[in-house]
Design a protein around this ligand. Structure first.
Ligand code: AMP
Length: 281
């Protein structure tokens, strides 16, 4: 596997490959890799000729300084996992390489950012779009792979790519879960064994929501979810929303959309987790 730390070196390597007509698949990450990330690498491996993974903990997308400081980092282990997954190129840039003039861009995502993560993490999606756009400029991929785990982020990236007419195809990939149902996340590393067990409440609740969507109203389900979380003293609900899959606007009735997803965010001890489940589409 080739490893690069500078923009000029990775460009020098990738540009001739691109010019020769080979297809580049790209998986942007913040490291502390797990099977969720590796599933994206595998999808890219299947679809494209050269697989590139970036590892960059992007300060611009952290609205909480403690979250940034405590974000898990283990580059040696990440490199090992990428080698096993048959990744071709890893890009591990410094902040200076990504943001040489520390400029932030301002994106307008309209209604997509006025809900859920957009509400609770001000500036987060602007930071995500800034880094994804910059990484796309550097890597110039044909395909880029994103997890459905961060569903709102996926829609934001779709919109940015479409609005800016970037020549990249965005490929969504399914959520990878632990055996107990907990969605894999780098932040899970910060949970104790007890907290990891308690954190399954997010997935357990989403499963119950899906079953109840067959007979209960949207309002009844929201009350049910709040009650579930009130009973558990380890897990604090931040939001639960039943929304249209494309506009992300909250639904009052099932009949108001044909494509529905339930999204949840909750705190388990000091760690904030998100999860979601498609209810029907
Ligand atoms: P992150 O390193 O958390 O920024 O994630 C990098 C990419 O991996 C994003 O596209 C995430 O949506 C994706 N990802 C993270 N966790 C999972 C998971 N459990 N299943 C599938 N994709 C994931």
């Amino acid at each position: 596997m080739e490893k690069f730390e500078t923009v000029s070196h990775i460009r020098d390597f990738l540009q001739p490959i691109k010019r020769s007509g080979k297809k580049i698949g790209f998986v942007p990450t913040m490291g502390a890799l797990h099977e969720g990330h590796i599933s994206l690498i595998k999808e890219a491996r299947n679809d494209t000729d050269v697989v590139v993974c970036s590892i960059f903990v992007n300060p611009k997308q952290f609205n909480n300084p403690e979250d940034l400081e405590k974000y898990p980092r283990d580059i040696a282990r990440d490199i090992h996992l990428l080698e096993i997954a048959d990744c071709d190129v890893v890009f591990i840039p410094s902040e200076q390489e990504i943001y040489p003039d520390d400029k932030s861009e301002n994106f307008d995502f309209g209604l997509l950012e006025n809900v859920m993560e957009g509400t609770f993490r001000p500036g987060h999606f602007n930071g995500v779009a800034t880094v994804v756009k910059r990484l796309f400029e550097i890597v110039d991929p044909d395909n880029a792979y994103f997890g459905l785990k961060d569903y709102q982020q996926l829609l934001i990236v779709y919109k940015m790519t479409k609005d800016l007419k970037l020549p990249v195809e965005i490929i969504p990939c399914p959520i990878v879960r632990e055996k107990n149902g907990l969605a894999m996340s780098s932040r899970n590393e910060r949970l104790s064994a007890e907290e990891r067990e308690q954190a399954t409440l997010l997935y357990e609740t989403l499963k119950m929501v899906k079953i109840r969507s067959g007979y209960a109203s949207v309002g009844e389900i929201s009350s049910f979810v709040e009650q579930q979380f009130r009973r558990n003293k380890f897990v604090k609900l931040e939001y639960f929303e039943i929304v249209d899959m494309y506009t992300l606007q909250p639904l009052k009735t099932w009949a108001s959309s044909n494509n529905v997803i339930a999204c949840i965010a909750a705190w388990v001890g000091p760690v904030r987790l998100i999860d979601n489940m498609i209810i029907f589409s």
